[in-house]
Design a protein around this ligand. Structure first.
Ligand SMILES: O=C(O)[C@H]1O[C@H](OP(=O)(O)OP(=O)(O)OC[C@H]2O[C@@H](n3ccc(=O)[nH]c3=O)[C@H](O)[C@@H]2O)[C@H](O)[C@@H](O)[C@@H]1O
Length: 443
């Protein structure tokens, strides 16, 4: 802004249109000797002087001037556009945040155009809560899929602000516009194996981004209650199954897992110091319609349909690699129950007023399925034989086995998953075929 100011005031001193031009103030006129010439000549000179002055004032006097003026004009244009956008955006945010009844929540969903974010946002909106989405639409996987989800969200009445969770000024603006009662923080850099290719993106989103969200929540008045996505990967190299929330989580096998584990520590700190009510949900390999193309069930489907080989990992000595695959609708039910049972934060304006709720739950399916079985189900549903290449599991952050103990979530959230893998994959493949048939392309 400070750089713009002189440019704008300089612009303000120059008549922007010839119509504003005041010819009598021109210094050129005073130099004319008018005594010995006729009225006609006088008017001709006067007319010429006007034209000359217009030219002089609008033409560049130095070579640097045109660039300066263009930059200033652009700055002015973009400033006014930004103002217009801000108004429009604020109007949409406020309307999207409106709950149907006074008792409804007002929820900010980060990562709203993501897989889980889309399903949760729509479920909240449908039951009458106010929902505002936030998503940066990054290209970790095909952004067209995120845009298609955004369309669904729009149809459901959920407005998604395009922005990054690391943009503290934007978060503050959102909290200035809306008194959020809850934040459903789902924005993250997902994927276990990609962490070896792009480690900093995990630190940026899962640690920096989380802190940025908690910072704005801590300062908000009223402070919202926060529910956020941790991960089954925090159990790391544990071999005792099923995984319980009481088990150790100090041996992550991937940087992804390490950032989620760090997130749990950071969440505890904000709960302890600022009185934020925080619930972490450890999701177990969530799958379903509108899912993530970087996940095995998704790209296996694509490759099987294309007749391309798929690599199926196995553990040493032909050991089974298995996952506690959890269907999206069950996860959504768990997320909503976590929001509904969340107690209020106790602080205000950055000051803690008392102890606040701090919870962590496993949200899994409690029935691990070998990856080879996942492939067999897909073959049956797609009616195509897979070209399987069985390979030893590379040391890329994957763990051999996940299995959730969900008794705590069952007891305190009423969480009860109801969809087995075959039923869930049937819904997924039906969606996949219809979505990509319409698109006439794969992701
Ligand atoms: O539970 C979780 O918290 C995690 O679940 C998934 O991670 P993952 O279970 O590894 O899911 P996939 O990447 O879809 O892999 C599923 C299984 O397929 C196996 N796989 C993967 C890729 C491949 O080419 N072949 C193969 O056999 C993996 O080893 C794994 O056992 C998500 O990708 C993570 O973002 C999430 O946090």
């Amino acid at each position: 802004m400070s750089q713009l100011k002189p440019i704008i005031s300089h612009l303000d001193n120059i008549p922007s249109t010839p119509g504003k031009f005041k010819p009598e103030k021109s210094p050129y006129i005073h130099r004319l000797r008018i005594h010995s010439i006729s009225k006609l000549t006088l008017f001709s000179f006067f007319f010429l002087a006007v034209i000359l002055s217009i030219f002089l004032f609008s033409a560049p006097s130095t070579p640097s001037r045109p660039a300066e003026s263009a930059a200033a004009a652009l700055a002015r244009r973009s400033l006014s556009n930004a103002e217009m956008d801000d108004h429009e955006r604020e109007r949409k945010v406020r309307s999207s945040a409106c709950a149907r009844s006074r008792r409804g929540h007002t929820v900010l969903v980060t990562g709203a155009a993501g897989f889980v974010g889309t399903h949760v946002s729509i479920a909240l909106k449908r039951r009458g809560d106010g929902v505002v989405g936030l998503d940066n639409f990054n290209d970790y996987y095909d952004p067209a899929l995120k845009r298609a989800r955004q369309k669904l969200l729009n149809q459901a009445g959920v407005f998604v602000v395009e922005g990054d969770i690391n943009d503290s000024a934007l978060l503050k603006k959102l909290f200035d516009a809306v008194a959020f009662t809850h934040v459903m923080h789902l924005a993250a850099q997902a994927g276990v194996r990609y962490a070896m290719q792009n480690p900093s993106s995990y630190v940026h989103s899962n640690i920096g981004g989380l802190v940025s969200v908690l910072e704005v929540c801590k300062s908000a008045n009223p402070q919202p209650a926060i529910v956020w996505a941790s991960s089954s990967s925090v159990y790391g190299l544990n071999s005792k199954v099923p995984f319980s929330e009481k088990d150790r989580t100090d041996r992550p096998a991937s940087l992804y897992a390490a950032t989620k584990k760090a997130g749990e520590g950071i969440a505890h700190t904000y709960n302890h110091i600022y009185g934020l009510s925080i619930t972490g949900l450890r999701f177990f390999t969530v799958y379903g319609p509108w899912g993530r193309p970087d996940m095995a069930y998704f790209f296996f489907t694509k490759d099987i349909l294309k007749g391309k080989p798929i690599t199926v990992f196995e553990a040493p000595d032909h050991g089974t690699v298995a996952r506690d695959f959890t269907y999206i609708d069950d996860i959504v039910a768990g997320c909503l129950a976590a929001l509904d049972t969340a107690k209020k934060s106790t602080g205000s304006g950055g000051k803690k007023k008392g102890a606040a709720q701090f919870r962590i739950y496993n949200l899994g399916n409690t029935s691990p399925v070998p990856v080879s079985r996942l492939v067999s189900i897909l073959e049956k549903l797609l009616k195509v034989k897979a070209n399987r290449k069985v390979l030893p599991m590379p040391r890329n952050g994957d763990v051999q086995f996940t299995h959730a103990n969900i008794s705590l979530a069952q007891k305190e959230l009423g969480y009860k998953p109801t969809t087995d893998l075959e039923t869930g994959l049937k819904k997924f493949t039906r969606w996949y075929l219809s979505y990509y048939k319409k698109k006439k392309s794969a992701w």
